[in-house]
Design a protein around this ligand. Sequence first.
Ligand SMILES: N[C@@H](CCC(=O)N[C@@H](CS)C(=O)NCC(=O)O)C(=O)O
Length: 232
Amino acid sequence: MAEIGEGEEVKLLGVWFSPFVSRVKWALKMKGIQYEYLEDDLANKSPLLLQSNPFYRKVPVLLHHAKPIAESIIILEYIDQIWRSNPILPPEPHQRALARFWAKFAEDKFTEVVRRVLLVDGEEKKRAEKEAQEALAVLEGELKSKGSKFFGGEAIGLVDLVMGWIAIWLEPIEQVSGAKVFDPEKFPSLKAWMEAFVELPLIQDCSPSKASLVPALQQVRDIALARSKKAH
Ligand SMILES: N[C@@H](CCC(=O)N[C@@H](CS)C(=O)NCC(=O)O)C(=O)O
């Protein structure tokens, strides 16, 4: 039997320290898809990245038979539609809609807010810190009411792939920004979920270490702060 991905020509454009790229790596690993990984340079973006994602100019980009797909959550859904083993979304339409809702909530209300925690300072950082904690309280309530190991049930699904970065990136982001977003006493269900998530071999196999992220995120923060200083 041909291995999944063989003859499929799957390429992933990414940078190693991006949580958006890692969620795509996790999904490809979960499905057992072989692919070629191309590390880009955000300070000097490759022509392939600029051609494949001309409007956002961001990684990740998945190339399937040279056809580009951008935006990590859209890529996750594409992967799930093309390769059916180990489903990312549940089969039932209402359950699928709920998974998409929570993935969107986590992205808009948490991921994007923590991005601000990393990239800004002062009052704006404090506001973002508080907003992120409010979103975590909602996500804690959702996970608790589900009563399952993962948002996807007993196996990881869309919401776990979208939120999983928290288990690895949040601590380095807190360290670099000096903010405190996660309180394990306030969020016991999320704490148990993070522990279960990082214990999965597929996550351990293709994630950067927290220690390696600290200097990389520090650099991202320094560049963003220097740019905003210049702009004012
Ligand atoms: N919403 C996008 C976010 C991707 C993103 O922010 N990628 C960053 C790396 S972490 C990037 O490529 N930044 C380059 C830039 O902003 O110029 C997704 O989910 O794919």
